[in-house]
Design a protein around this ligand. Structure first.
Ligand SMILES: [Zn+2]
Length: 104
């Protein structure tokens, strides 16, 4: 689905040019319009900006399914635990998305 430039600009302004999920910076010519869905079965009327990676990884999942998937990958991945050990940054107990940290 394609959106008009003004529609895309207004979607991008929700996060001030950041990915709704990971918070990376987005450029106006390269981002995805993601359908934010809180729970299965609920209508998703909300369109949010996302980077290509998050948009692909999330696909048709709800935000909670996406969180669970990420947590499973992080907690079961040996390399994330080794990396965490070496760089001294603990693995978070719960994946927190950018929009939650930013209070959007
Ligand atoms: Zn992202």
């Amino acid at each position: 689905m394609s959106y008009s430039d003004s529609r895309k600009d207004s979607i991008l302004s929700i996060t001030n040019c950041r990915c709704y999920y990971c918070g990376c910076e987005l450029s106006s010519d390269k981002f995805c319009v993601d359908h934010f869905k809180e729970q299965e079965g609920k209508p998703s009327g909300r369109l949010v900006p996302a980077c290509v990676e998050c948009n692909k990884a999330k696909s048709y999942m709800t935000v909670e399914q996406f969180r669970e998937r990420l947590q499973n990958v992080i907690f079961t991945n040996l390399y994330s635990r080794i990396t965490s050990h070496y760089i001294g940054v603990p693995i978070p107990e719960k994946v927190t998305f950018y929009y939650e940290k930013a209070g959007l």
